[in-house]
Design a protein around this ligand. Structure first.
Ligand code: PLP
Length: 400
């Protein structure tokens, strides 16, 4: 017997749960892409996308995943041979740096390890030493989904300014957009990138790049930009096809319209607050489970640097793997694998897992997931501290 039949919860950190409303909006016959409703619908997405990123800047949409958005951001701002400074607080910071290397840029990695945020002092020192201003851009990750650290983007901006350095600040918000508070303009971000399948509640397939005037100006310094990646026509199209450099992602656009309607109806501040409250409930449970004989550990010790979108945890191998298998096969909750914490396939890799809590999530989903994890501990004989579920419930019940 398995207890997994019923509504399942895909609690991996992307793709996230797609709301039924979004699925219904996408379930339709193929529309005309030359005239008709789709064109107005697409125009209507732009102001809402800017509102979600809190910017008066421009936005370009790509038929791509997050990796495509990474490349798009670089392709419009820096040229082969240019130096970029990548701030790594986990696997994804390294991934953006590797992408930069692969297209002929010269990335330098400032690595802050697998369980700490960016140290702005180290960044400031490095930029001060770059007296010739050879570094053209700083690549930061807002939430690194592998470690679940959330970085202080305003603090990173302050470090760049304190060093008097003109580098662009580019931020990967793929995991954090519409989950963790992000203020593109207020925090002085020049380029922000995201993708559709996390906080934006769509299937994978759309990449977004928001850019400031300063970043748009950097584009003019380049000899050439690939016709496909060029953000100019996408952000300021003369004809509809230019939005996407070809055929529009028709069904995704309908889904995105509905997802943005849902975000706008709730209010972006309320969306952030919901994620913050649900994240605190998860932390309360995990902290209680860690106490006493518990072997569970939260990867990020300081609550101030924990993302509200994802939580990375360790349980001595192979218990993290055993727990994931149990929750998925016996109960209908799929937890995320550990990423970037140990060599894939090595025995140690079975000692890490992640909980995705981004996008379309509410109290019964989170409490159900936490209860499932605790049932898994019991079933598998994994030791844990008492009181996790009631601590989570108290957190939710006592919210302001
Ligand atoms: C998911 C993710 C990516 C990669 O996105 P893809 O859509 O898989 O290419 C990059 N950065 C962060 C922070 C992510 O969470």
């Amino acid at each position: 017997m398995t207890l997994s039949h019923g509504c399942t919860y895909l609690a991996i950190p992307g793709p996230s749960v797609v709301p039924d409303e979004v699925l219904r909006a996408m379930h339709r016959a193929a529309p005309n892409i030359y005239e008709g409703d789709l064109i107005k619908l697409t125009d209507s997405l732009i102001p809402d996308l800017r509102a979600v990123a809190r910017t008066a800047g421009k936005v370009a949409i790509y038929v791509a995943n997050g990796h495509g958005a990474w490349e798009a951001a670089l392709a419009n701002t820096v040229a082969p041979g240019d130096k970029v400074l990548a701030l790594a607080t986990g696997r994804f910071g390294m991934g953006w740096s590797e992408m930069a290397d692969s297209i002929g840029l010269v990335p330098e990695l400032l690595d802050f390890g697998k369980s700490s945020p960016v140290d702005p002092t180290r960044l400031e020192e490095r930029l001060r030493a770059d007296t010739g201003h050879t570094i053209k851009a700083v690549l930061a990750t807002h939430t690194d989904t592998s470690t679940s650290v959330v970085n202080d983007v305003a603090g990173i901006r302050a470090a760049i300014d304190a060093a008097g350095h003109p580098a662009l600040l580019m931020v990967d918000c793929i995991a954090s957009m519409a989950c963790d508070r992000f203020e593109m303009d207020e925090w002085g971000v020049d380029v922000a990138v995201s993708a559709s399948q996390k906080g934006l509640m769509l299937p994978p397939g759309l990449g977004f790049v928001w850019f400031s005037d300063k970043a748009a100006h950097a584009r003019t310094r380049l000899d050439r930009v690939s016709r496909y990646w060029d953000w100019g026509p996408r952000a300021d199209p003369d004809g509809f096809y230019q939005y996407f450099g070809g055929t529009a992602p028709t069904h995704h656009l309908h889904g995105l319209r509905t997802a943005l309607d849902m975000i706008m109806a709730e209010g972006i501040e309320a969306v952030w607050a919901r994620h913050a409250t649900l994240a605190r409930a998860i932390w309360a449970a995990c902290e209680a489970w860690s106490d006493g004989d518990g072997t569970l550990r939260l990867n990020i010790a300081d609550r101030a640097y924990r993302s509200h979108a994802v939580t990375a945890l360790s349980l001595p191998a192979p218990d993290a793997d055993r727990l994931r298998r149990w929750t998925e096969n016996e109960a209908g909750v799929t937890l995320g694998i550990g990423l970037g914490m140990a060599e894939p396939g090595s025995p140690e890799a079975g000692g890490f897992f992640r909980i995705g809590h981004m996008g379309h999530i509410n109290v019964p989903m989170i409490m159900g997931m936490l209860g499932t994890v605790e049932a898994g501990f019991d079933s598998l004989g994994i030791p844990y501290g008492a009181g996790g579920l009631s601590a989570a419930a108290r957190e939710l019940g006592s919210r302001a």
